[in-house]
Design a protein. Structure first.
Length: 166
């Protein structure tokens, strides 16, 4: 599927397990995924600012890295507007860094991405996305896997790089 949609030479660069229990009541406001995880912190032009997330170094790379990457989200539960399905601004990934506070709701639309259990959602990290609070007591579990076909400039290395078979 990855070869067909995006081409060869992609590898896994990050994976996250999201577990939003049915009784949870948090939301995530609109944002883009602007950082990547790397093995070690290093001074490299165009890579900043640095943070540490879940014991991994995270850094905002140049836009060209973010534009190349994509994410596959594997849904382990039925997900809809009642249990925190992603809400997205279609086409926002084509606008570079697009700050949520600058969204022009006169021009933009919001879509809710309902996905059935076992279904996939494919998105770009630059897609503005958010999720609402749970209102139906149903869980929302998602395996989130990020891919890239690019190598990072030395001495940087992807922290979770896994080559795909084939």
């Amino acid at each position: 599927m990855i070869d067909t949609l995006f081409g060869k030479d992609y590898h896994v660069v990050k994976s996250i397990y999201f577990d939003k229990p049915g009784g949870s009541n948090w939301f995530v406001s609109y944002h883009q995924d602007l950082t990547i995880s790397v093995k070690e912190k290093a001074v490299v032009e165009g890579y900043a600012p640095w943070t540490v997330k879940q014991e991994q170094y995270a850094v905002q790379p140049p836009l060209s890295i973010l534009e190349n990457n994509f994410t596959i989200r594997i849904h382990l539960d039925d997900t809809d507007e009642n249990n925190g399905a992603l809400r997205v601004v279609p086409g926002s990934h084509l606008k570079g860094i697009y700050r949520p506070e600058t969204i022009d709701w006169e021009k933009e639309v919001e879509e809710t991405c309902a996905v059935q259990k076992g279904g996939l959602m494919i998105m770009r990290p630059l897609l503005l996305h958010a999720s609402s609070r749970t209102t139906n007591q149903h869980p929302r579990r998602v395996i989130h896997i990020e891919f890239s076909s690019l190598e990072l400039p030395l001495p940087l290395h992807w922290s979770e790089r896994v080559n795909l078979p084939g």
